[in-house]
Design a protein around this ligand. Structure first.
Ligand SMILES: [Zn+2]
Length: 264
């Protein structure tokens, strides 16, 4: 199926949904899981428990730069947020040993999570050497079963970085094995240089949270996010904002086989 027909299908077959910020803000959160059939194994024991989003990225800084504004909007709305880091960014600081880089970047990720009121989970793979194996499939399935999120975000799988592709692959496999119980959305990172052929189906207006998003991104000092932001993620936020008719936005592709969902 081509992307155009796929997008039409995602929008319920009734044309492209409105994407302006006013329309987003009017949409009820209660519609998130409308019509979702949640298997017993995934159902929450305590229905008064806050809803939860899970965001899985290859390295410290990927979830923050890709969808930090969206994470903050959900947290502001009362959701719990769990961020799964596939690796600790061991290979991400030139001239520094893997152990030392992991220590530095773990601390940065924990600081970013604290700013976003999110809880980090480290999946224990190694930056640049991540694996997709039966054992790793099982591990990611265990993480999703344990966390039982109401909504999942992960990398768009067509990406130049193997760790990003592997993260998407592991999440997709676990989601399929668990019978696709929640909506699954793909995010973009450094589109053009990393994420490729990404055509959004959904947008989130992050105008209200973009400054706090930047604070969470800029704690990744080892990655020089602040210095590079004006060349990659900053233009992405503004361009997606133009598309969504707001100041700043983040864009996503919804997996059509999950429950219907409207992002916050
Ligand atoms: Zn990355």
């Amino acid at each position: 199926m081509g992307m155009e027909s796929q997008r039409r299908k995602n929008s319920g077959g009734s044309g492209t949904p409105p994407i302006n910020s006013q329309a987003f803000s009017r949409r009820a959160l209660g519609g998130l899981l409308a019509g979702a059939a949640v298997p017993a194994s995934m159902a929450r024991q305590n229905t008064s428990q806050p809803k939860k989003i899970l965001v899985a990225g290859g390295h410290p800084d990927d979830p923050e730069t890709a969808c930090g504004g969206t994470i903050l909007r959900y947290v502001d709305a009362g959701y719990q947020a769990v961020i799964v880091y596939l690796t600790r960014g061991e290979a991400g600081i030139p001239g520094v040993s893997h152990d030392e880089a992991a220590r530095i970047r773990t601390a940065e990720a924990e600081k970013a999570c604290k700013l976003m009121k999110a809880r980090p989970v480290f999946a224990g793979q190694i930056d640049g050497s991540s694996e997709v194996t039966p054992a790793r499939y099982a591990q990611m399935r265990t993480i999703l079963e344990k966390e039982a999120p109401d909504l999942i975000f992960t990398h768009w799988p067509v990406d130049t970085h193997p760790d990003h592709r592997h993260c998407a692959n592991l999440i997709l496999n676990a989601w399929i094995e668990l019978q696709r119980p929640q909506p699954l959305f793909y995010f973009e990172v450094a589109t053009g240089s990393q994420t490729q052929i990404f055509h959004p189906t959904d947008y989130v207006d992050i105008t209200a949270t973009v400054e706090r998003k930047h604070e969470a991104c800029f704690v990744h000092v080892s990655q020089k996010i602040r210095e590079h932001y004006g060349r990659n993620h900053g233009p992405m936020e503004r361009f997606r904002g133009l598309e969504a008719r707001c100041s700043s936005a983040e864009a996503f592709v919804r997996h059509a086989q999950g429950p219907d969902a409207v992002l916050i």
